[in-house]
Design a protein around this ligand. Structure first.
Ligand SMILES: NC(=O)c1ccc[n+]([C@@H]2O[C@H](COP(=O)([O-])OP(=O)(O)OC[C@H]3O[C@@H](n4cnc5c(N)ncnc54)[C@H](O)[C@@H]3O)[C@@H](O)[C@H]2O)c1
Length: 318
């Protein structure tokens, strides 16, 4: 099995900088590469802010800060950046031609033993790989912010042996993450597909005037998510009793809304420039604090919530 010590992150954007931090926290030496000079400049600063959030939240010891940061370097030339890699993590934009180009450059310049892991969300990257990469590639798909959210979706390339995914699984499990191995690629894996299905119903309820944004988020926070956070869905069904689940399914007056490509509610908000936290408003208002404060409050809340779920699992395993 390939021993992973040197990791190169190609694409240092929203996900790439977070993935650089994840691997550095996991004791790897990390080289970050991006074609954008602005991104190469901002990524190390974003990493330092994220690391401080983890330290403030008690997830990383303050004494480890300098050593973690010292394990991360930047290199603008992709050929040099991947030249010593055991693992190349691809986090460039979800665009067929950009990903195809990057894979051909990696195939040319990375060592023969190096594995490739793509963070693709919906694009099937396996047909884009050059032949020389096919047997040593896979997908490792993360959730933002990846230095807090533990889920990692893993899929091996059809031509790769099981050892490729097993190497990634062992690496990330060793970092305390929750890797899940899928037999084959399905756009959105499980979590994003469930989110998409939920989104269809949510925008239907909003657009039909059946529920307000407050009613929808309160229903999730105080109902659905309260149980899901430690039971998931299927274990919750076991607690409900499968006889009742069977009855609800067979009697259901529920029919799901049709798949739509647009929601008038979202079109209106976007048209008004209400793009979410970063713009000071979306479904809700965020004008009273700068966006960075909201994001850091979210990250602190995620860390506390994660610690609580871990405590429940330790003390009251179900
Ligand atoms: N944003 C998310 O929440 C999220 C979550 C999971 C997976 N993903 C996936 O991760 C990947 C990256 O997404 P992101 O949100 O970080 O995008 P992003 O736009 O923030 O970052 C992409 C980076 O790739 C760089 N890039 C473009 N062409 C390049 C090239 N030829 N060589 C090197 N760098 C290049 C860009 O300059 C940019 O910095 C996508 O496949 C996306 O689907 C995103």
């Amino acid at each position: 099995m390939t021993k992973i010590h040197n990791v190169t992150i190609v694409g240092a954007g929203l996900m790439g900088h977070g993935l650089a931090l994840v691997h550095a926290l996991g004791e790897c030496r990390v080289v970050m590469q991006d074609i954008s000079a602005a991104q190469m400049d901002s990524a190390p600063k974003l990493i330092a802010v994220a690391l401080d959030t983890l330290i403030d939240g008690g997830a990383v010891k303050a004494g480890e800060r300098d050593a973690v940061l010292a394990r991360i370097s930047t290199e603008p030339d992709l050929t040099i950046a991947v030249g010593n890699a055991d693992l190349v993590v691809e986090a460039v934009a979800e665009d067929i031609e950009i990903k195809r180009l990057v894979y051909s450059q990696i195939a040319e310049a990375a060592p023969d033993h190096a594995l490739l892991a793509s963070n693709t969300s919906h694009l099937d990257i396996f047909p884009l790989l050059p032949d020389t990469l096919k047997a040593r590639s896979g997908i490792a798909h993360w959730y933002t912010p990846p230095y807090i959210i533990d889920l990692v979706d893993l899929v091996g390339a059809p031509e790769a042996g099981p050892e490729v995914v097993e190497t990634l699984r062992a690496l990330y499990a060793g970092m305390g993450k929750k890797p899940i191995v899928f037999a084959k690629f399905a756009p959105g894996y499980v979590a994003n597909r469930l989110q998409a299905a939920l989104g269809l119903e949510i925008y239907h309820l909003l657009d039909s005037g059946i529920a307000t944004p407050e009613a929808i988020d309160d229903s999730i926070k105080y109902g659905l998510a309260a149980r899901m956070a430690f039971l998931g869905h299927l274990k919750k069904a076991d607690y409900t009793g499968l006889g009742l689940v069977q009855q609800i399914m067979s009697n259901a007056a529920y029919s799901p809304p049709p798949v739509r490509k647009q929601s008038p509610t979202i079109e209106n908000l976007v048209g008004e420039g209400r793009l979410g936290v970063a713009s000071g408003g979306g479904f809700f208002n965020y004008a009273e604090r700068p966006p960075a404060e909201w994001f850091s409050a979210r990250d602190r809340a995620l860390l506390k919530h994660k610690a609580l779920v871990e405590k429940i699992e330790r003390e009251d395993p179900m």
